[in-house]
Design a protein around this ligand. Structure first.
Ligand code: UDP
Ligand code: MG
Length: 155
């Protein structure tokens, strides 16, 4: 049973549009468990690390500014194959290309102001959870309802 944790950031566009609760609810309704949750102001250093693959791109300064416009909400989400599930829920990067039914497809018209960040694989999920949460800020709690979410073998 491949239980994973993944990192989601609710971006400043989401905070400004008062969609924090609505987007968290989408993940909760799906059956993902909130294992960590906090609001934080990002700065140059953490964004240079987080978006290291994009630092040389022309849009990087604008991306950085958009990510520092307000605090973000960081979520650690847990579930079976949670990393891929959350990426699928987020949809493709550009909200105009993302299909309706995905978060970006339903809430975004932008390739930058696209509501959520979601880790894109096991290595990045582990590194990003460490980047945004101290170990004691992530909780493993018992949920009796797991029996109605998954079969005994996690299927
Ligand atoms: N981004 C942007 N312009 C682009 C491509 C990406 O501003 O042309 C921003 C966008 O906010 C995106 C983030 O950079 O979510 C990270 O890009 P990545 O390619 O990792 O996309 P993601 O994993 O978020 O879908
Ligand atoms: Mg990415």
């Amino acid at each position: 049973m491949n239980v994973e944790k993944t990192l989601v950031l609710l971006k400043p566009c989401t905070v400004q549009r008062a969609l924090i609760g609505e987007i968290i609810q989408i993940f909760e309704k799906k059956g993902l468990r909130v294992a960590g949750l906090k609001m934080m102001q990002l700065d140059d250093a953490i964004l240079a690390e987080h978006y290291a693959h994009l630092v040389d791109r022309p849009f990087f300064p604008g991306l950085k500014a958009s990510m520092m416009a307000t605090p973000v909400v960081a979520l650690a989400l847990e579930g079976v194959e949670a990393i891929e599930v959350v990426r699928q829920m987020a949809g493709p990067t550009n909200g105009r290309k993302a299909l309706p039914g995905t978060i970006r497809g339903d809430y975004s018209m932008s390739g930058q102001q696209n509501i959520v960040h979601a880790s894109d694989g096991p290595e990045s999920a582990a590194a990003e959870l460490r980047r945004f949460f101290r170990p004691e800020e992530i909780f493993d709690w018992e949920n009796p309802l797991d029996r109605s979410l998954y079969s005994d073998d996690g299927c």
